[in-house]
Design a protein around this ligand. Structure first.
Ligand SMILES: Nc1ncnc2c1ncn2[C@@H]1O[C@H](COP(=O)(O)OP(=O)(O)OP(=O)(O)O)[C@@H](O)[C@H]1O
Ligand SMILES: [Mg+2]
Length: 251
């Protein structure tokens, strides 16, 4: 990959958590290409959320280097925060506020204000089917509505790069469909995405590049076609996943 094609460059990334002598990430090196939907897959505890939290600047690595769009994560975190969006695995919303109020708070954190923020909220609520619920308190929302609102919160400032940690977990087919269709559209408009999920069929359909990690290390990577070509008799990504990670439970 030539440098101008690279969105995220990760070199030898290692992270130990306090009290654990086994690293959650173990010298991981990878590159995310601009415009890709990069699927970061792996069993429970593989290190996916650790990786996303580091890339967003929420967690420091023990070792290793990350550059995003050519900027060093270590030295230029404030700038990087402006060009990335994060949709965390654990829904982060204020239940006593309405959908619109939640988005105002998140927009404010990203430095948006006034009319622009208002318009942006007004534009995104209907895209994710929440216009009628805009002024309802989030505590009365279904799981799918919360996921969709969580997603809007990460999109308000039009990030060039979007980190999505299990954005479709635990929701019905309709919510899933709305989320995936919109993610595709946002990607077509130029946003690079790093996406984690346990729904491997979803990843097969959505991702232009896939990396599977296990116990903090990369175990395979490539386009779906490349991974399947190397996989011998496997007929799906689920087969490949089980053959590479084994069938034992992880937690
Ligand atoms: N705050 C923490 N303190 C100690 N250990 C942690 C902490 N967070 C994660 N770990 C450990 O680090 C490893 C990687 O966890 P991580 O949450 O990154 O995995 P994951 O791939 O996101 O898993 P899941 O699919 O369950 O979300 C696991 O062994 C986990 O127990
Ligand atoms: Mg996780």
């Amino acid at each position: 990959m030539i440098d101008s094609d690279v969105s995220i460059d990760i070199k030898d990334l290692t992270r130990y958590y306090k009290g654990n002598h086994i690293p959650a990430l173990d010298q991981v090196s990878l590159q995310v290409r601009k415009g890709d939907i990069f699927g970061l897959l792996g069993p429970n505890g593989a290190g996916k959320t650790t990786m996303i939290r580091i890339l967003c600047g929420l967690l420091s690595p023990t070792n290793g280097e990350v550059t995003i769009e050519g900027y060093s994560l270590k030295n230029e975190k404030a700038f990087i925060r402006k060009i990335i969006g994060v949709v965390p695995q654990d829904i982060a919303l204020y239940s006593s506020l309405t959908a619109r109020e939640n988005l105002s708070v998140y927009g404010g954190i990203c430095g948006l204000k006034g009319r622009f923020l208002k318009e942006r909220i007004k534009e995104l609520l209907p895209v994710f089917g929440l216009e009628k619920s805009a002024d309802r308190h989030v505590e009365h929302f279904s799981g799918g509505m919360k996921r969709r609102l969580n997603l809007i919160a990460g999109l308000l400032h039009m990030p060039r790069i979007l980190f999505l940690d299990e954005p479709t977990v635990g929701i019905d087919v309709h919510s899933r469909n709305v989320i995936l269709e919109n993610l595709r559209e946002i990607n077509r408009n130029g946003t690079t995405m790093v996406y984690t999920s346990h729904y491997l069929e979803e990843a097969e359909n959505l991702c232009s590049y896939i990396t599977i990690i296990d116990e903090g290390r990369i175990i395979t990577r490539g386009t779906l076609a490349e991974i399947m070509e190397r996989s011998g008799s496997c007929t799906s990504l689920v087969d490949v996943f089980l053959s590479l990670t084994g069938k034992t439970l992880r937690d």
